[in-house]
Design a protein around this ligand. Structure first.
Ligand SMILES: *[C@@H]1O[C@H](CO)[C@@H](O)[C@H](O)[C@H]1NC(C)=O
Length: 138
């Protein structure tokens, strides 16, 4: 029974992932070493909480609540490389800016937002480009 439920969850997750990629609107290409914006929007409201998570390993990328960045539990790898646009959060823009993009940044990210009226989650697939250019010159 447990195995069956696990399989159902797995299949649903997989279909969701394939669907997200197939739709093509949840991916962002980032250039190695450059800055990159991971888009996220939500329905604004009071008592805003934002959590950006890299889903593999459940890594804390950036958090924001009580009207300020909360980086006490941020993963070392993201230290000093993340920011959100504070002048835009009140209008429902929780996009994350990542600086000095690394190859390990590639993968799936979750943008979790919560306000008094409820919470929202969205996912974005980050693809890191960089090797293509050097390969083409050979
Ligand atoms: C969110 O803010 C960033 C930075 O100003 C901007 O590039 C992006 O387009 C904004 N997203 C939306 C949906 O307004």
């Amino acid at each position: 029974m447990t195995v069956f439920r696990f399989l159902v969850v797995l299949v649903v997750f997989h279909l969701n992932f394939v669907w997200n990629i197939a739709r093509g609107d949840n991916s962002v290409s980032c250039e190695f070493g450059k800055n990159c914006i991971l888009p996220c929007t939500f329905k604004p409201g009071p008592e805003l909480v934002i959590h950006w998570i890299q889903t593999i390993g459940n890594i804390q990328v950036h958090s924001f609540y009580h009207n300020q960045d909360q980086l006490g539990h941020q993963d070392q790898r993201f230290k000093g490389r993340t920011s959100i646009f504070k002048d835009q959060v009140s209008s429902g823009n929780a996009s994350l800016q990542l600086t000095g993009v690394e190859f390990q940044d590639e993968g799936r990210y979750k943008c979790y937002t919560s306000v008094t009226s409820g919470n929202q989650e969205s996912f974005i697939n980050v693809i890191v480009d960089g090797m293509t250019n050097t390969e083409n010159t050979h």
